[in-house]
Design a protein around this ligand. Structure first.
Ligand code: LLP
Length: 461
């Protein structure tokens, strides 16, 4: 098994040995797959992103801050668009959503996947054309569905019989015919953390293929005729490197597609294979480029359709992490350094589990580098921790940092664009950091820092 599969996302140093860590020589190296593409180290030794020195950005916007390399995000959108040229690429907004990013992905020709009324509100307020929005969720309320119908979203991915009944009723009363896809649980054991795998049978998402619920859902929608059944949908999980999961999933949903055709004489015109494409968090991760994914997915869909005598459906995919994850770096300031003799150095930064819960929640691995200067000091094994009152408040479990790392240094953690700001909390009443987009030497605030006043404004007791 390769390091980044299964256990590597949540493995522990003890059982794997330190070989997976970046070597000491890499301490100050910038590995291209790990860092946004405009990141460089200046002659003075500080990191630059989008043409701006991180020391200036820290002075202007404070720390911690999420720095978004806009050129990198746009390039990733274009890579996916080019690789999946005949398909629709839905950016999965749950990875990170704000109005500026909605506009960026819309300008780059992507569609948008939302999964709550809140995400839908952000998308609509940013001017995303509603017909380019797909609406997901395993428990959409009547209010959320109503809003989606009123807005005219392009597709609703139905996830339960209750939802089919709810949506059918709402559509009937309004005299509209929304386009729907059926979320199918294909029974694939994706090689990723248990909490982010979604296609095994025993979980909350979708209609079981093996148990027959997915076929029954199609039959119910076709019998009623109120909703327009456009196709099937499968999302097997997240942070997946082994593409065989997508292949098995495509094979299984296409078999269901053929079963529906045989039983009902209906060929569904669309197929969505979800998102989940893995990214690099450490130098050990080696994600497949978008064109490789596209090639493999197209090949399997074409050959299966040929074997089943199905017309190749219009395909769509839903990458979130792979679009925004590698485009963002979190910038922290070091506050304290504590050596625990013979074990490691604890480097405390001014954020932590409130701006990145992924390490605590999924045992995820990250990397870090001193961003405000270079250093020739020997590397020491360090753990980057936050300022929260919890010993599990870890940002980077294991990293070699220069032995002279000290209070006042800026530390950069790459790969934090996906599921960090979007899962951020106010634990310990820590305000959430801003998001600063940097491009061609110009920085602009796209999500401002929360203030204590923001927190107190909610406290009306
Ligand atoms: N489509 C559907 C239906 C999904 O449920 C998801 C993610 C995606 C697309 C996008 O997956 P991506 O390409 O971003 O991997 N909080 C977790 C990840 C949860 C993913 C939820 N669904 C994490 O931090 O790893």
């Amino acid at each position: 098994m390769r390091a980044h599969e299964a256990g590597a996302l949540h493995g522990d140093l003890g059982s794997r040995g330190p070989g997976w860590l970046r070597t000491p020589e890499d301490v100050n190296a910038l590995l291209p797959q790990l860092w946004p593409r405009t990141v460089t180290r200046s002659a003075a030794g500080a990191l630059t992103i989008g043409g701006r020195d991180v020391r200036e950005l820290a002075a202007e916007y404070g720390t911690p801050a999420y720095l978004l390399d806009e050129a990198d995000l746009r390039a990733r959108c274009r890579d996916f668009r080019a690789a999946f040229a005949d398909h629709d690429v839905y950016y999965a907004g749950k990875a990170f959503l704000c109005r500026a990013v909605v506009r960026m992905v819309a300008e780059e020709g992507l569609h948008l996947d939302v999964c709550t009324g809140g995400e839908l509100a952000v998308a609509l307020s940013a001017g995303m054309p509603p017909e380019r929005i797909g609406f997901h969720g395993n428990n959409k309320s009547a209010a959320e569905l109503t809003r989606a119908l009123d807005a005219g979203v392009g597709r609703i991915i139905v996830d339960s019989f209750d939802e089919i009944a709810r949506l059918t009723e709402l559509a009937r009363t309004r005299g509209v015919r929304p386009k729907v896809l059926i979320r199918v649980t294909v029974g694939v054991e994706a090689h990723t953390h248990e909490f982010i795998a979604t296609a095994h049978e025993d979980q909350k998402f979708g209609f079981s293929l093996a148990g027959g619920a997915a076929f029954d859902a199609a039959a119910r929608i076709l019998d009623d005729g109120v909703l327009e059944l456009r196709g099937l949908h499968s999302h097997i999980g997240s942070q997946i490197f082994d593409t065989s999961g997508f292949e098995v999933s495509a094979r299984r949903v296409l078999a269901l597609q053929a079963q529906i055709r045989d039983a009902r004489a209906v060929e569904l015109p669309e197929l969505d294979l979800g998102g989940g494409f893995g990214i690099a968090y450490t130098s050990q991760d080696d994600p497949a480029p978008a064109h490789d994914l596209a090639k493999r997915i197209n090949k399997i869909v074409d050959s299966e359709c040929d074997a089943l005598k199905l017309a190749v459906p219009h395909l769509s995919i839903e990458p979130g992490r792979a679009i925004v994850g590698p485009a963002v770096v979190t910038l922290y300031e070091v506050g304290t350094v504590k050596d625990v003799d013979g074990i490691r150095s604890y480097v405390s930064v001014d954020g932590g589990m409130s701006d990145n819960i992924r390490t605590a929640l999924y045992d995820a691995s990250y990397s870090a580098t001193v961003a405000s200067r270079s250093s020739t000091a020997p590397p020491v094994l360090a753990r980057v921790v936050g300022k929260h009152c919890e010993s599990g408040d870890i940002v980077v479990k294991d990293e070699f940092l220069p032995a002279d790392v000290q209070p006042g240094d800026l530390l950069a953690v790459p790969g934090t664009g996906a599921y960090c700001r979007s899962m951020a909390s106010n634990y310990n009443h820590v305000p959430r950091p801003p998001v600063v987009a940097v491009r061609d030497g110009v920085a602009r605030l796209i999500v401002r820092r929360e203030t204590e006043d923001d927190l107190l404004a909610l406290d009306v007791g």
